[in-house]
Design a binder for this molecule. Sequence first.
Ligand SMILES: [Zn+2]
Length: 270
Amino acid sequence: MAYEADFAVTLRPDEVADIQNIARYWLWSGWRRRHWPADVIKPGLKLYGFDKQKRRLVALLQITKGGTFKYRSGAEFKRRVYKLTSWSPSEHDPHWKNILGSGKAERTGIALRWRLIRTVDEPLKGKFPQLGWLRLTELQPDRPSLDIGNLRPGRYKIEQSRIIRTTALVRYLKRLHNDRCQVCGDRLALLDGRGYSEGHHLRPLGLPHDGPDTPGNVLILCPNCHALFDFGAVKIRLTRLRKCSGHDVSRKYVRYHNDRIARPGAKANP
Ligand SMILES: [Zn+2]
């Protein structure tokens, strides 16, 4: 869809239900900081109304009155809104408490009224940032944006799972190494002082490799190094592994890893 307006704003359910009479409604808001819709709100601006429930653009609207202003008190806010929209906000509105906040710091407000150009009916997958305003120009299909979330999750999502087996032998070796990685020397410390490490079988357990659960076939690694090993991104130089008396890594399984698991281009641990 080629958009006729650069912005969309979420509508309240009562506005969606009464979209033909949108000219009777007004929108006001106030924030401690100056948020970006404040830069664009002025009479003549076109924008789409968005139905949150149906996740569709339901109307092309045009601002007839309104703008942005600074205020420091509720009275000032009311005065400015009245000047812009010929309407006075009610202190009984549940939104009112957000207008004031605490302190006398300068705040930014917006107020507007609008008219219906025409209703539309277009799905919109973008996620609205805070405040319910969205720049439609950010809906470039191939560009994920932090503001709007990921428009096509299926295209970007990479899911992989690694099975981490913790055998009694691995638990024993982790204790022996005090959870220190045999490759990079890091020890991941948890809040309570305990360490965290993972056991890696150089020749993987289970088919098709059918490696043994013996000390010579196990490395104790930090999670980062473990992922590199699982994905074959590193080779091993046995002499550079951190050693611990009571745990000898077998040259045979190091060779198995380097020849069968490591991928072409994988570099050896420094
Ligand atoms: Zn490591």
